[in-house]
Each structure stands twice: as structure tokens, then as C-alpha cells.
Design a protein. Structure first.
Length: 160
């Protein structure tokens, strides 16, 4: 069973690296500035790279680390679902969408500079793939990754 888990975890590791590479490509090469929720949605992928690498490096606590990876992907699913809800108008933007925009009493120069660097609205879809927002795609992928991590954890439980 562990060889099966190793293959699955390697797949998730590679997929996470590719996903982040695509996100950074869209941001820095194509010039689509991400909103705050988009940035938060990257956390599970960064975490999975670190934690899955840790499984392979220390070769201990595999089940516990797998649970932590699963929790990060559950977090990612919830944030992505919330983001899709904001894009579709089901939810209103929250404090997460307005981080960094709380300055008061600005001069004209500061206001212009602030507007240039103002966070993107979480309602605004700046990039679509096949007509679907990246938040929608991430919701589906996050659900699949949760299911895959359940399988990995189940396999670790059967090895005891």
C-alpha cells in the first residue's frame, strides 16, 4: 500500500508545483493581478509541497502529515467555494477581500499611489479558462484532492 501512497503523493506534489507555477505565470507574465482570496487559495498548494516533501525526507509521521495536508485542502475547498459564491453574487465580500485597504486621510499623491496598488475585488474575475473562473476550477480540484488524501490516509490506516 505504501508504494501506492508514494505514487499518489508524488502526483499531488507535482500537481501542486504545476498549479502554483501556472498561478504565478498568470500573475507575473500575463499580468492578471490576483485578489486576496486568490492569494489565500495558494496556501494549500504551498503547504502540500512542504508537507509531502517532509513525508519523503523524514519518512515518519506519514499519517499525521497526511491528515494535515487533508486539512489544508479542506480549507482550500471552503475558501474556493466562498470565492465562487462571491463571484456569483451569493455571498458579499468580506474583510478577507479588503485586506490592506484601510488607510484614512490620504493626500492626493498617497491616494493615487494607493489606487494603483489597491487590492483587486474578489467579485472581479480577471482570468477565465474555457469560460470558467480559476476559483471555480480550484473548488473542483480541491474537492478531488480532498478525496485523494482520504484515500492516502485510509491506505496508511490499513498498513498498521
Amino acid at each position: 500500500m505504501f508504494k501506492n501512497n508514494k505514487l499518489i503523493l508524488n502526483g499531488i506534489l507535482v500537481f501542486s508545483i504545476i498549479s502554483l507555477s501556472i498561478a504565478y505565470f498568470i500573475q507575473y507574465i500575463l499580468g492578471h493581478k490576483p485578489c486576496n482570496l486568490c492569494l489565500i487559495e495558494r496556501i494549500p498548494y504551498i503547504s502540500s509541497i512542504i508537507l509531502i516533501s517532509l513525508i519523503f525526507i523524514i519518512n515518519r509521521f506519514k499519517g499525521i502529515i497526511a491528515w494535515i495536508v487533508l486539512l489544508f485542502f479542506i480549507f482550500g475547498t471552503l475558501i474556493s467555494f466562498y470565492h465562487v459564491g462571491i463571484e456569483q453574487g451569493f455571498f458579499s465580500e468580506s474583510l478577507l477581500c479588503n485586506l490592506g485597504s484601510s488607510e484614512n486621510n490620504l493626500s492626493k499623491e498617497q491616494l493615487l499611489k494607493h489606487l494603483e496598488n489597491a487590492p483587486i475585488s474578489c467579485k472581479e474575475v480577471t482570468f477565465r479558462f474555457l469560460g470558467v473562473s480559476l476559483a471555480t476550477i480550484n473548488t473542483i480540484i480541491s474537492i478531488l484532492l480532498c478525496c485523494i488524501m482520504f484515500k492516502v490516509i485510509k491506505n496508511y490506516g490499513q498498513n498498521k
